[in-house]
Design a binder for this molecule. Structure first.
Ligand SMILES: [Zn+2]
Length: 621
């Protein structure tokens, strides 16, 4: 092809693109009718303006930001119909699992109406009943690629009798004649701003003059018992302290207003970060006592930390979001792992968690990682990349073949934090890296790469090639002993060398018998030939109930052999399992009594709490 022809073709393509770019006009309007919320049905009509093509593909995302798993929520959409400006029906065909192709008939404006069955609070997707409607927009609102960057306007009409319903969302909202109108600069902001409408209890508080809202939905009027818990007394102040502590790390709050959407109902768990809001689900018990409340605050701390780590500086593999397929990144160990590292660390700095409780939890995390066979199999890099098919689609082999980019990512972040402190005389830390990432990538328009992290680290504290080779790209144990010494800490095994028997099996109740759900490999269960799905009915010719398993093991010693009778495919079998040994005591992180001033100073900076008096070191003489 000649240069001239290439240029001519380029001009034609450019001209076409310009025509297309000029054609679509905003805002994209959605009308949301909640008349049938009590039946868990949400009716939506989307209007696209400036249509200039013969057909338009409208789609629903197959996943939602914050959960790296394919959800395929298009399965809950029904009765989708399209019409022209004068209500004339337009042809619609389904072209893949989440895409509908509308034949436009040359109309410049088309309307697409559909219903969403909103019946799941799981994974914080969409749910409606006679007390509320919750919509995570990526699971509710269709979009068309060419209109994705245009402004969005959502008008919501609550059920006729829902006079006490209120609205809560991170987006701007205004009352209208029927309900509310929400606006967002584009579809991506809509996706990252869940909408909660219903019977709410709202608490507001400022952090450094920035308004924060805590909006509670319980599925009913909050009970008196709930009103007398931490939720109405300590929680707002605690959240304010968390926000303030995190702001100190990053230097500024990256929003004008923040909304905590809290779903409180039996069995609730989990949270999801969004642009300037978060959805947190917790059971009523979470507010009944200090330990449970502290765990709730850890989750709050985690989600707020995401406001910077992932909502502002975001791995390049997640920029821009591709809503129709998996978005791969090897950096979830930073996005989720480092966030997990800070969730409790921030609580300690904010005075909401005792340092000793933090160190205890740290010891348990290190112990759990060291006992996980998958730590020798999967790297953090691979755990991040394969989140879509492994961590978020766990199977019975997960402990043997995978590690969590949350858990090991948090511990790798600890190693990195200690290493930066050690190299810089405690002048810099992981806090410095976090702030540098925020300053260099303040908006998610451009994502950061592993090379960016390595370059920033090199500027801060030298080359971290070995850290990446071993902790991120490699497998196996990490040198926690050396890392912890930086802050005057050591690992100590409670009860010394004492051990207890280990079967290498995880059992669950299956009609009174013991169903094998996990077989650790290598381990005694694997050696005995047991596999997940086997059902153990007797040990040494005595019937086994799963509730008795731990007591049975307590009466044995490592090296003992058990005769196991079990069913597989309804056929009775027998095998012999020789118990292995595992440490009896917990792995503790404790302060060294002879820690020098430098280590004590590092400890104080790290935890934001003073090193206890000289006589309170934990090391026994
Ligand atoms: Zn997270």
């Amino acid at each position: 092809m000649s240069l001239l022809t290439t240029r001519s073709l380029g001009f034609v393509i450019l001209a076409c693109l310009c025509t297309l770019a000029r054609a679509q006009t905003g805002p994209v309007r959605y009308r949301v009718d909640l008349s049938h919320a009590a039946a868990q049905v949400i009716s939506i009509e989307m209007t696209l303006e400036g249509v200039s093509t013969d057909s338009v593909d409208v789609r629903l995302p197959v996943w939602r930001p914050g959960l790296y798993a394919i959800l395929d929520q298009a399965g809950t959409i029904r009765t989708l119909k399209a019409r022209g400006p004068d209500a004339q029906p337009l042809d619609v065909v389904k072209v893949d699992k989440s895409t509908w192709r509308v034949t436009t008939g040359g109309h410049p404006r088309i309307r697409v109406a559909y219903e969403v069955w909103a019946a799941s609070l799981d994974n914080r997707t969409r749910h409606a009943d006679d007390t509320h409607a919750f919509m995570s927009p990526s699971t509710t609102f269709l979009y068309a690629d060419a209109w994705r960057s245009l402004p969005v306007e959502v008008s919501l009409t609550p059920p006729p009798n829902a006079t006490d319903w209120q609205i809560a969302t991170g987006m701007a909202s205004e009352p209208n004649a029927a309900g509310w109108t929400i606006t967002a600069p584009d579809f991506d902001v809509l996706v990252d701003s869940p909408i909660e409408i219903g019977q709410h209890h709202r608490t507001t508080f400022d952090v450094d003059n920035v308004p924060h809202e805590l909006v509670l939905w319980t599925g009913a009027t909050p009970s008196q018992a709930l009103r007398e818990t931490n939720l109405y007394t300590k929680t707002p102040d605690a959240i304010a302290a968390i926000v303030r502590t995190q702001k100190a790390i990053f230097g500024t709050l990256p929003y004008d207003r923040y909304v905590f959407l809290l779903h409180c109902y039996p069995g609730a768990r989990g949270g999801t970060e969004h642009l300037n809001s978060t959805v947190i689900q917790a059971p009523p018990e979470a507010f009944h006592d200090e330990a449970r409340h502290r765990r709730f605050l850890s989750l709050v701390s985690h989600e707020i930390f995401h406001t910077w780590n992932v909502k502002r500086f975001r791995p390049a593999g997640l920029v821009p979001y591709d809503y129709q397929k998996e978005n791969y990144t090897e950096l979830l160990w930073v996005a989720e792992g480092t966030t997990s590292y800070y969730e409790d660390l921030v609580l300690v700095r904010a005075g909401l968690m005792k340092p000793d409780d933090y160190l205890k939890a740290l010891g348990e995390s290190i112990d759990a990682l060291r006992q996980r066979p998958g730590n020798s199999v999967q790297s953090l890099r691979d755990s991040s990349f394969d989140a879509w098919i492994k961590y978020n689609r766990r199977n019975a082999d997960a402990a043997n073949s995978t590690i969590s980019f949350y858990d090991k990512g948090a511990l790798a972040s600890l190693i990195l934090d200690m290493s930066i402190r050690a190299r810089t005389g405690n002048d810099r830390s992981l806090d410095t890296l976090m702030r540098a990432l925020f300053e260099r990538f303040p908006n998610p328009d451009k994502g950061y790469t592993t090379d960016d992290v390595r370059t920033i680290l090199a500027d801060l504290a030298g080359d971290f090639g070995e850290f990446f080779a071993h902790a991120i790209d490699g497998t196996g144990d990490l040198d926690f002993e050396a890392a912890l010494r930086t802050c005057g800490l050591e690992l100590h095994r409670e009860k010394g060398d004492e051990s207890i028997p280990d079967s290498g099996l995880t059992l669950t109740d299956q009609g009174g018998a013991a169903g094998v759900t996990e077989v650790r490999s290598p381990g005694p269960g694997t050696n005995a030939g047991l596999i997940p799905g086997d059902v153990i009915v007797a040990v040494d010719a005595h019937r086994l109930r799963v509730a008795d398993w731990d007591k049975l093991l307590e009466r044995r010693t490592p090296g003992d052999t058990l005769t196991i009778t079990y069913f597989r495919n309804d056929q009775m079998r027998e095998t012999h399992l020789t118990l292995a040994a595992r440490p009896k005591g917990k792995l503790l992180v404790r302060r060294l009594k002879d820690a020098d001033d430098k280590a004590r100073a590092a400890y104080t900076t790290w935890l934001g709490q003073p090193w206890p008096g000289d006589n309170s070191g934990d090391t026994k003489p």
